[in-house]
Design a protein. Structure first.
Lengths: 314, 245
């Protein structure tokens, strides 16, 4: 146990030190990777623990971006006030949205979440305060180190929250819902309430990630903020790393971001193809995610992969 | 405190025109074991689902501890102290047997205990009670049929219910296992839990029950003391068919 804590602390220290030993390209890659890891970790709360696959979490990212942009560009408020405003809007929207759609189960829920970001993008394109189609320009702050460390702190906060969930009664409720929602209700789990709380937590962290990103790139528009490709990425990264685990989504997001970056750099156009192969292999050999390899492989060695294939009948 | 823990008045449930439960009235006294029997398709499981809140009534009233509960969702009825098992066991498959029961303890009556370590300790006691202590660390999905029923039982007991609804816990068990189940139900009652046992296996339930209810085609055709009810010609006919004259 002590060894694991030490390794974790060393990894965090290494990540925190990147702006001091890395170059500008690495820092910028780091900001993007850390923010997408926050999205994956947030998605994990409802998707990984409660088993509700959302393809709509990018709406909270967009709301976070617009919240900060409106606060800073239209009302001249400081960044931190913008973040509070952004998080409040996103959490309120999650609660409002969750009430009707979290009554739907399984694939019905997933289908309904598909259109949410596109609808919000259309709304932003028509609102004066959001700059319509043109978008908004934020005040410029050239300090990548600050954005990098802010992203790292946010990821740490999201991960600590998930670590708490994994040990709490709240987390047990989400897991019970994932395992069998009818049985969960029979033992006294108020499923709707717990699912809404999970979505609201995801909205909170996702919106702050969107807000940091908006201030960093200083320009936002509807298509870039309500970006539905983010939805696919956060789901894949969580699944790849290990859904319903504390570190899986972080490991998945950082590893896949790095693989994609290397592939895009060396073979450009074929990168997407190789990326697809990596995911396919992972799904077949590591259905419980990359972090399950730690325990499973140590015990079973190469048989671990065979066991996975057999157990999931792929 | 009234002697009646539970009362059903005029329960009706239809499935697209098919009358599954029709004008059913009955009451359960505190501390009693009540048996509910009837042929296949009589509406026994539908009745359990109505009481537990998995299905909504079309008409009628359900009173528990003197208050109407028929508009409450299933989880709220669990908080009041109604626990049920499923005819086809519904474990949380990926979790350990211990955590399955711990979830019962962490929710259940009055919302259960908040602390997970305490819930797990309670779970171990209930697993011991039902004879599943050796399998506490097994994954629930790997349990065999009879053990799944024990798990359902332990999970429901961990909720610390006032009323326990057992939906065919003895179906498919060997005679030895049926004996064990009968003993468990008696020991559960000894702990102050009122029990409604839904069963197909008549001899076992005859010995257990203080009162028997007989359901046929959604109607309650007999109720009362087991010996009298089982000699009722309508009950014999429902089970064996009409004798040729």
């Amino acid at each position: 146990m002590n060894g694991r804590w030490f390794a974790l602390a060393a990894a965090v220290a290494l990540l925190a030190g990147v702006p001091w030993f890395g170059n500008a390209v690495l820092i910028q890659f780091g900001i993007n990777a850390l923010l997408i890891a926050v999205l994956a970790q947030s998605w994990n709360i409802l998707g990984g623990f409660a088993g509700y696959v959302s393809f709509g979490n990018s709406v909270f990212y967009g709301l976070g971006s617009y919240g900060v942009a409106i606060a800073m560009a239209q009302w001249n408020l400081p960044f931190w006030v913008g973040l509070i405003f952004a998080a409040t809007i996103a959490v309120a929207f999650a609660a409002l949205l969750g009430w009707p759609i979290l009554r739907l189960r399984g694939p019905y829920f997933a289908i309904v979440t598909l259109g949410i970001s596109a609808a919000m993008s259309a709304l932003a394109s028509n609102l004066d305060i959001a700059g319509k189609n043109v978008g908004l320009i934020l005040p410029l702050t050239r300090n990548d180190t600050l954005f990098y460390e802010a992203s790292l702190v946010l990821l740490a906060a999201a991960t600590l929250t998930v670590a708490w969930i994994a040990r709490s009664r709240f987390g047990m409720a989400l897991i019970a819902i994932r395992e069998d929602e009818d049985a969960a209700a029979s033992v006294g789990v108020n499923a709707t309430r717990f699912k809404i709380a999970a979505l609201a937590m995801a909205a909170f962290f996702t919106a702050i990630a969107g807000g940091i990103h908006a201030y960093w790139i200083t320009y936002i528009d509807p298509a870039g903020s309500f970006d539905t490709t983010l939805d696919v990425r956060m789901v894949i990264m969580t699944m790849f790393g290990g859904p319903g685990t504390v570190l899986g989504p972080v490991v998945g997001a950082l590893v896949l971001s790095a693989i994609y970056e290397v592939l895009a750099d060396s073979i450009s156009k074929a990168a997407a193809l190789f990326f697809g192969i990596v995911i396919l292999v992972a799904v077949i050999f590591l259905p419980r995610g990359l972090v399950d390899l730690g325990g499973g492989f140590r015990v079973l060695r190469w048989r671990y992969f065979l066991t996975n294939i057999r157990q999931y009948r792929i | 405190m009234s002697a009646k823990l539970f009362e059903a008045r005029g329960l009706v449930k239809r499935f697209q025109g098919l009358l599954a439960v029709s004008e059913v009235d009955f009451a359960i006294e505190r501390g009693a074991i009540v048996g509910l029997i009837g042929p296949n398709g009589a509406g026994k499981s539908t009745l359990v689902n109505l009481v537990a809140g998995a299905l909504r009534l079309d008409s009628g009233e359900i009173l528990f501890d003197g208050a109407r509960i028929d508009r409450l969702p299933a989880y709220a009825r669990a908080h009041l102290g109604i626990a049920r098992t499923y005819q086809i066991a519904k474990p949380f498959p990926d979790l350990s047997v211990r955590d399955n029961v711990a979830i019962g303890a962490m929710f259940g009556a009055e919302g259960g205990v908040r602390d997970r370590a305490k819930a797990r300790a309670m779970a171990d006691e209930w697993l011991d009670f039902v004879g599943l202590a050796a399998q506490a660390d097994h994954q629930a999905a790997r349990l065999g049929g009879p053990d799944r029923k024990r798990l359902e039982f332990a999970k429901a007991l961990a909720m610390q219910p006032k009323l326990l609804l057992l939906d065919e816990v003895m179906a498919g068990l060997t005679p030895v296992e049926v004996e064990a189940a009968v003993g468990l139900i008696e020991r559960t009652r000894a702990r102050g839990v009122t029990v409604l046992v839904i069963e197909h296996v008549v001899p076992a339930i005859r010995r257990l029950s203080d009162m028997l209810l007989v359901l046929q085609q959604g109607r309650l055709i007999a109720s009362g003391d087991p010996a009298t009810v089982l000699n009722d010609p309508r009950v014999i006919e429902a089970y064996l068919g009409r004798r040729r004259a």
